[in-house]
Design a protein around this ligand. Structure first.
Ligand SMILES: NC(=O)C1=CN([C@@H]2O[C@H](COP(=O)(O)OP(=O)(O)OC[C@H]3O[C@@H](n4cnc5c(N)ncnc54)[C@H](OP(=O)(O)O)[C@@H]3O)[C@@H](O)[C@H]2O)C=CC1
Ligand SMILES: O=C1O[C@H](COP(=O)(O)O)[C@@H](O)[C@H](O)[C@H]1O
Length: 498
């Protein structure tokens, strides 16, 4: 689905604020290099990096080249890098200083030259505390004005820290840009399998008739990480897993599973349907959070640098949500995510109902598992459908079998692009389908805010400890057991209990 961005008459400039930072080096520039090698960048694209560090163009290019040459990266050929790096520029400046933004304007004028339209994509790869002043600065310096070409703004996550701050940030954004100019990143939406979930649901006729409360018992969404918080202690201890992962990535996955078919694969139609799902999610009352959510913390978390030794920040959570609408009434959605868990994996499991009547003889204590559809977002992207088969030559004994589809086998030789490739290209093309709209962000905060508040009440459970490399606290398994269910991982139990 990735297409080359059309060439414009004039120039297109990607301005990255925060260009000396981790995201630019590790994600944005590798994505640009990959797009460039595939011939998918607009031919007239220029890239201007801005940050406070004092560097010139050559020093900036050398830092990026060194990172692209490091282990695990796809290094561009010398010719490709020469062609791309000649389009990369750098200016040191403080995004909060109007004087420095005037200098950015001058630099842009020299890059853009005269004639034609001058399109600009401003990318805020900055600490979230700077979003507000960066947006205001773009307004005050009149860099948002689009009389001579389009102007778009990409804002990284997190967008706010709660509903109130997200609303304030949206207000600032809307005082400078129109909503259709604002592209709020959720990098999960750029992942191929996440997009393929929509293709799977809506380009095939056989699944959609089953995709409802009549056939589905429950849905599980797991985003597990082996990583701990690394050097992000200061950020993470203020944030916790609900803000870091649930408000954005997990709720986005839920909306794509639960949404009604949009009339077209087009930004507004898609986002309207997602907002309807978020609207329909039953809010959990803070004083009732103990019945619906389990917080966890990995055992050595409090020893991490930047973390308070008394911290009660959750590094893990399991949450049960309900979507109160016609399609999903009575179907629980179990969401869980955590750091320092056993596997790095993101999967969505659709657990179907059991057959209404079992005509094959079963032993007294025997039960056969219901069908499951596992959608693997990462690392081994694909789909698994589990169903019952007869064991050969045995008298009506049954065994679970799997139909599997793996991307890497089906499209061998075709590497799955990093999410940022897709998202950067879409933003350059003005396609906001895979970006979150202001009302979506606010709805998502209104779902997680009461859970976060509930976790901080004196009556709420303190985070349960779990060992690094485990599947989280055993209380999360008990939580499922009380619902008569168990966590599933790749169709097999992925729980803390033996
Ligand atoms: N890194 C990642 O993997 C991910 C990051 N994000 C988000 O991306 C954003 C950037 O993250 P990350 O790159 O990790 O952060 P870093 O701290 O590594 O980079 C921040 C950048 O901002 C620059 N900067 C700081 N203050 C100013 C200022 N006043 N004016 C201009 N530039 C300034 C810094 O450079 P200097 O000191 O030279 O000014 C640096 O280049 C954050 O919002 C983060 O939440 C989201 C997902 C993943
Ligand atoms: O946004 C974030 O996502 C990453 C996980 O992303 P993935 O693509 O590696 O699954 C997470 O580690 C980080 O804490 C969070 O801020």
């Amino acid at each position: 689905m990735i297409e080359a961005a059309p060439d414009s008459n004039g120039s297109t400039t990607l301005v990255i604020f925060g260009a000396s930072g981790d995201l630019t080096r590790r994600k944005l520039v590798p994505a640009l290099a990959s797009l460039h090698s595939k011939g998918r960048l607009p031919l007239d694209l220029q890239i201007l990096g801005v940050a406070r560090s004092d560097m010139d163009d050559e020093q900036f290019r050398a830092i990026l080249a060194e990172f692209l040459g490091s282990e695990g990266m796809t290094k561009p050929s010398p010719e490709q890098w020469a062609a791309l790096s000649s389009r990369i520029h750098y200016l040191h400046g403080d995004v909060t200083s109007l004087q420095d933004l005037e200098a950015v304007k001058d630099k842009l004028a020299s890059i853009e030259g005269n004639g034609g339209s001058h399109n600009r994509l401003y990318y805020l790869s900055l600490a979230p505390s700077l979003y507000r002043s960066a947006m205001s600065g773009l307004g005050e310096s009149r860099m948002s004005e689009d009389f001579d070409g389009w102007r778009r703004l990409v804002v990284e996550k997190p967008f706010g820290t709660d509903l109130t701050s997200a609303r304030e940030l949206n207000d600032v954004a809307h005082s400078v840009f129109r909503e259709d100019q604002v592209f709020r990143i959720d990098h999960y939406l750029g992942k191929e399998t996440v997009q393929n979930l929509l293709v799977f649901r809506f380009a095939n006729a056989i699944f959609e008739p089953l995709w409802n409360r009549n056939y589905i018992d429950h849905v599980q969404i797991t985003v597990s990480e082996t990583l701990k918080i690394d050097e992000r202690g200061d950020y993470y201890d203020q944030t916790g897993v609900l803000r870091d992962m649930f408000q954005n990535h997990l709720l986005q996955l839920l909306t794509l599973v639960a949404m009604e078919p949009p009339h077209a694969f087009e930004a507004e139609a898609l986002r309207n349907e997602k907002v309807k799902v978020l609207n329909a999610i039953r809010r959990i009352r803070p004083d009732d959070v103990g019945r619906h959510a389990i917080p966890g913390q990995y055992r050595t978390y409090r020893d991490e640098s930047g973390v308070s030794p008394e911290s009660d920040t959750a590094t893990y959570a399991a949450v049960r949500l309900h979507v109160d609408n016609w399609r999903w009434q009575g179907v629980p959605f179990y969401l869980r995510s955590g750091k320092a868990l056993r596997n790095k994996s993101t999967e969505i499991i659709i657990q179907f109902r059991s057959p209404p009547h079992m005509l094959f003889p079963l032993a007294d204590d025997e039960d056969i598992p219901a069908n499951t559809l596992a959608i693997f977002v990462q690392p081994d992207e694909g789909f698994h459908l589990e169903f019952q088969t007869k064991t050969p030559e045995a008298e009506l004994q049954m065994r679970t079998a799997e139909l599997e589809f793996h991307y890497h086998e089906a499209f061998s030789g075709q590497a799955i692009p990093d999410a940022y490739e897709r998202l950067l290209l879409d933003a350059l093309n003005g396609d906001a389908s895979l970006f979150t709209r202001s009302d979506e962000i606010e709805q998502a905060w209104s779902i997680v805010d009461p859970i976060i508040e509930g976790f901080s009440l004196p009556t709420a459970p303190r985070p349960y400890y779990y060992s690094e490399g485990s599947w989280g606290p055993v209380e999360a398994d008990r939580f499922m057991l009380t619902d008569g269910r168990a966590w599933l991982q790749a169709g097999r139990a992925g729980s803390a209990m033996p």
